[in-house]
Write a protein that binds this ligand. Sequence first.
Ligand code: TXA
Ligand code: MG
Length: 335
Amino acid sequence: MSAAMSDAAKPVDAVAIARAIEVLTRGGLVVVPTETVYGLAADADSASAVRAIFAAKGRPADHPVIVHIESEAALDAWARDVPTTARSLAATFWPGPLTLVLARSTRAHDALTGGQPTVGLRCPAHPWARALLAAWCAARADVAAALAAPSANAFGRISPTTAEHVHAELGERVDLILDGGACPVGIESTIVDLATGAPRLLRPGAITRAQLEATLGVAVPDAGVDAPRAPGSLERHYAPRVPLELVESRRLSARINELRGEKLAVLAEVSALLDWPVHVVLRLVPPVAPPEYARRLYALLRQLDAAGATRIVIAWPPVGGDWEAVRDRLRRASR
Ligand code: TXA
Ligand code: MG
C-alpha cells in the first residue's frame, strides 16, 4: 500500500463499529481515530477498563484521561457547576479539538481524573469517533455514555496520527484498532481549564488562544505553576528517541557546520541552507502554513527518528499566535 493510500480518510465501517461496541461492552480497549490524534478508548464508567488503558500505555495511574462525550447533553453528567464560559466554548467549538477541564461530578471517578477534583471533557468531530460514540450511547441507552481516551501511544512517545503508527507501538496490547486514515488536525486538542475561575490555557492546539479569547471576551493566559498535572508537561512527552535540537533559521547553516562529527536528520526550509553537506543523512522540508505543519508534524518526527541519524535538527517556525501549538510540540519534543 502506498503512503498516500494509507493516509487518505477512510469511510466509517458500520461492521467495525459494531465489533468495537462488543469489545467496549466487555471492558476491552479500542483504538479510534479522532480529528486530532488516535485515541485509546474504554468504557468511561468502568474503573477496571480505564485502568487497562493505563496498563497498555505504561502510563502512571495518577494521570487524568480525557472523557469523550457524544454531545453537550452529557456535560452535566460528568461535570458539576458548569460555568457559562464552558457552555459558550462548547456551543462554538464542539464537536471539535477542544477539551474543557471542569469540576467533576460523582460519575467522574478517580481512575478517570487521577484523583483530582476536575475532569477533562471533549466532544470529538471525527466521523469514526462520532459514529463510535453514537453507537456507544445507543447500546447503553444513555446520551451521557462516554469513552475515556488518551492518545494511543506508549507513555512518553509521539502521539499516533495513523493506524500504522498505532500498530507499530501498541499492536498486541489493544483489542481492536479502527483505521480511519490520517488524522486531519494531527496534534492533540487545545485544553482550557475552567474549573478554577478565570479560563486558563493548559495546552495550546488547533483552536487558538485568539479564537478562545474572541469567544469568551477575556484574555486566556497560560496556567501557572499550580496547574493541574498534565503529562504534556513531563520531560519525555512527545519525544522521538534520537536527540532533537531546535535552531533559529538564520543560525542553521552555522550550526550544521558545527555538527560535522554527527549524522543529522534535518527539517528546514530549502532557503535556510545553501548546500546540504554529506553528514545530513535526511532532509525534509516543512509545510509553510500552521495547520498543514501540525497535520504532518508527528509523521515527520517519526521519519526523522527512523533516519539513522545521531541528532535531529529542526528550524524553529515563526513566532506568532497561529504557530503557538506547533512550537509548543516542537519544544516538548526537543527536551
Ligand atoms: O486530542 C486529544 O486531546 C487526544 C484525543 C485522543 O482526544 N487525547 C489526548 O489525551 O491527548 P492524553 O491523555 O494523551 O492527554 C490528555 C491531556 C493530558 O495532558 C491530561 O493531563 C489532560 O488532558 N487532562 C485530562 N483531564 C484533566 C484534568 N482533569 N485536569 C487537567 N488536565 C487534564
Ligand atoms: Mg498523550
